[in-house]
Write a protein of this length. Structure first.
Length: 256
């Protein structure tokens, strides 16, 4: 609004800009919040998937997120599952399609026990959430992430904190979903409120659940295969975009 210099107010204006307004300052605020978050696309909304996707599988994944309210993406490390989901979510936030971005992960140990890590509970789970912050920082600077987190426009939370919530007009991402239980997966998916979108990502080859505990991601694939509006995407080694050695490593483990 005219005379406002608050970055938080600019974001708030941008997120509600789908509402009619005759105020002359709105366009200026739009241009600020819609600044170039992605170097190769200027200030335009993401439309040309071919400019973003680096493989046919990634193009299918991006298209699925554009056309479905829930997308479940399975694939090995390095295929861009989390990065592309966060990128799509930030773009939805920029354009006012959603008013909140929520990123979540199960706090499951990979061979270590949380109790042996120093600090209180929040300090113990922060390392498990760090990859989500890393993805955010690829698109937003540190000050933006901090300000939007302070206003709860962006939340990065352990999966356990999702219980009991109804999330309206939000873009919700669950990462490392192979480490959920079937009960946790059902709990997460049923948090979805009006005008919300969900993306679930996971790699079934990297299970850290206790022996004998079924994966909520694999269970959901059996149970939810025919649900309308929910799309399953499977990425493969041909979609890996990290260092070329990652492809060789993944293939070697698959052959073993």
């Amino acid at each position: 609004m005219p005379g406002s210099t608050s970055a938080e107010d600019e974001l708030e204006d941008a997120l509600v800009r789908f509402q009619p307004s005759d105020e002359s300052g709105v366009d200026a605020h739009k241009s600020v919040i819609s600044q170039d978050l992605f170097e190769d696309e200027g200030t335009s909304h993401i439309k040309d998937i071919s400019k973003i996707a680096r493989s046919a599988g990634q193009a299918e994944y991006l298209q699925a997120m554009a056309e479905n309210d829930i997308v479940m993406a399975i694939g090995p490390a390095g295929t861009g599952k989390t990065y592309l989901a966060v990128r799509t979510a930030v773009e939805a936030l920029k354009s006012g399609q959603v008013r909140k971005l929520i990123l979540s992960r199960p706090a499951v140990e990979a061979g270590e026990k949380l109790g042996f890590l120093p600090g209180d509970f929040q300090q113990k789970v922060n390392p498990y959430l760090r990859p989500l912050y890393d993805a955010l920082h690829e698109m937003l600077d540190y000050d933006q992430v901090r300000r939007y987190s302070d206003r709860e426009i962006i939340e990065v939370v352990p999966l356990a904190y999702m219980r009991g919530r109804t999330l309206n007009q939000a873009f919700i991402i669950l990462d490392e979903a192979q480490n959920t239980t079937p009960v946790q997966m059902k709990m997460f998916l049923t948090r979805m409120g009006a005008r919300s979108r969900i993306v679930v990502t996971g790699d079934p080859t990297q299970l850290d659940l206790p022996k004998g505990q079924p994966s909520g991601l694999l269970h959901a694939r059996k149970v939810l295969g025919s649900v309308e509006g929910l799309k399953w995407i499977e990425l493969g080694t041909s979609d890996i975009v990290r260092n070329r050695l990652v492809t060789g490593i993944v293939n070697a483990y698959e052959r073993h």
